[in-house]
Design a protein around this ligand. Structure first.
Ligand SMILES: Nc1ncnc2c1ncn2[C@@H]1O[C@H](COP(=O)(O)OP(=O)(O)O)[C@@H](O)[C@H]1O
Ligand SMILES: [Mg+2]
Length: 429
């Protein structure tokens, strides 16, 4: 479509002949003007009628005659003497009354035109003189058909969009579960280790307790026999009570700590796997989220990376915590995977105005300049089949955007990569 915009001379420049604004011709008046106006109405695409208070038609342009054929296709030769000859329902008395009162009236009129068909017309009435009215009619049946088609398409699109959102949620959830699946061996190892020593401590304690019971029995017997200090000392030595008294509390506290670790990993896993709903926004401690994520993936990182945490003072951040944990996990896992042998992963948090900033850096292999623009693309991966889905950063990008935040990546090949996540402390209302 092209639009021609006529040059408008600046105010005060009227009458000045410039190359852009030729002088206006002398105004047309009188009979010539009447003839021109008549030609204009005759050529107008809108049906135009002039009629009196008795609805007798004094003028109808060619478009009005075409309209008459459309409104009554079964009686092409009827006389077009009054407005009702076009169609009995074209002009209703209410509309005419309102036009007489207010000077004009506009509205949509739907006419049955036979054979189960109907026409939708846009009608405009205007009072031209005390007893004279003008009517213009535009057939908008096609517009209206197009409009309802558009509505139908729009509704279809909305349904498709809702389905797509559902699918996206499913992809996110299954990616999350897939990463837990991938991590399962490591998590099992992390749980197995404390469970192993708690188990061995318990069997030692069992032995200690039976030793203690037999000590109690021996003391009781010695007391009954009225034995002296030497006898009780002998029992003490025999059952190694001094060692036992020292070791029992240590075993217990070690076991408590082991059980705590297991509970923490299980809780973190549960938090992580939880399917968050859109109403689950809470004010949350991001350091806790980072710690519990590190806890879950610890086994993946501990052999090759040293984690350097520099946590600033962060306020509680309004977020979907388990979704953000997924972002942290994706980014931390990438950092770990980028380190081939031994390296450092830094996790730094700070406040920047009304946002919090989480920087996750690694000194791994880095990203070549031609790869960098693609890392957020869904399914883009440089990792071998089976070890990368290429969804980690795409999903992270989606989650951070949902939080009205930003995620940026910078990298120097051979030196490392930095992911910067910024999130508003409070979500915009
Ligand atoms: N810290 C990083 N260091 C080096 N490359 C990275 C890093 N983070 C992401 N990448 C690159 O971005 C790609 C896409 O990452 P991601 O979306 O997490 O998918 P995946 O890890 O499954 O490949 C990776 O394959 C990798 O090439
Ligand atoms: Mg990844």
């Amino acid at each position: 479509m092209t639009i021609d915009i006529a040059f408008q001379p600046p105010a005060g420049a009227a009458g000045i002949a410039t190359p852009f604004a030729p002088p206006l011709p002398a105004p047309v008046a009188g009979d010539a003007m009447e003839a021109h106006l008549r030609a204009l109405v005759d050529a107008a695409p809108a049906a135009t009628l002039l009629f009196d208070a008795g609805q007798r038609v004094h003028y109808a342009n060619p478009a009005a005659r075409v309209l008459a054929r459309l409104c009554g296709p079964d009686q092409p030769d009827r006389p077009l003497a009054v407005v009702g000859d076009w169609h009995p329902d074209l002009l209703n008395s209410g509309a005419l009354h309102l036009c007489s009162l207010h000077g004009s009236w506009s509205g949509e009129v739907i006419l049955g035109v036979g054979r189960g068909q109907h026409k939708i017309l846009l009608v405009h009435l205007s009072r031209i003189g005390p007893e004279l009215f003008g009517m213009t009619v535009r057939d908008i049946t096609q517009d209206s058909v197009r409009e309802s088609e558009l509505h139908a398409r729009n509704a279809e699109l909305e349904v498709a969009y809702a389905k797509l959102q559902g699918a996206q949620e499913q992809v996110m959830q299954s990616e999350k579960l897939a990463s837990i699946g991938q991590l399962a061996a490591g998590v099992a190892h992390e749980i197995n280790n404390p469970i192993g020593y708690v188990n061995s401590n318990l069997s030692t304690l069992q032995r200690y307790i039976s030793q203690l019971f037999s000590a109690i029995q021996s003391y009781e017997a010695a007391l009954a026999e009225g034995a002296g200090a030497a006898a009780t000392e002998a029992i003490r030595q025999k059952l190694d009570l001094d060692f036992l008294v020292g070791d029992v509390p240590q075993l217990l506290s070690e076991s408590r700590e082991g059980i705590d670790r297991v509970c923490k990993i299980v809780r973190d896993l549960k938090d992580f796997a939880r399917k968050e709903r859109s109403e689950d926004w809470v004010k949350s401690d991001l350091h806790r989220g980072l710690d519990s994520t590190l806890n879950i993936i610890w086994n993946e990182l501990k052999y090759k990376a040293q984690i350097v945490k520099t946590f600033g003072e962060l306020p509680l951040v309004e977020c979907l915590p388990s979704e953000l944990n997924q972002v942290f996990m994706n980014v931390l896992m990438n950092a770990g995977q980028a380190i081939k042998d031994q390296g450092i992963i830094t996790v730094t948090t700070s406040v920047a105005g009304d946002r919090v900033r989480i920087d996750i850096g690694d000194d791994g292999e880095g990203i070549p300049a031609d790869v960098l623009p693609r890392v957020f693309d869904p399914f883009y991966t440089t990792k071998p089949v089976g070890s990368g889905t290429g969804l980690g950063l795409a999903i992270s990008y989606g989650i951070v955007s949902k939080h009205h935040g930003t995620i940026d990546i910078s990298s120097t090949p051979g030196h490392g990569t930095l992911l910067r996540i910024e999130l508003p402390i409070a979500q915009p209302r």
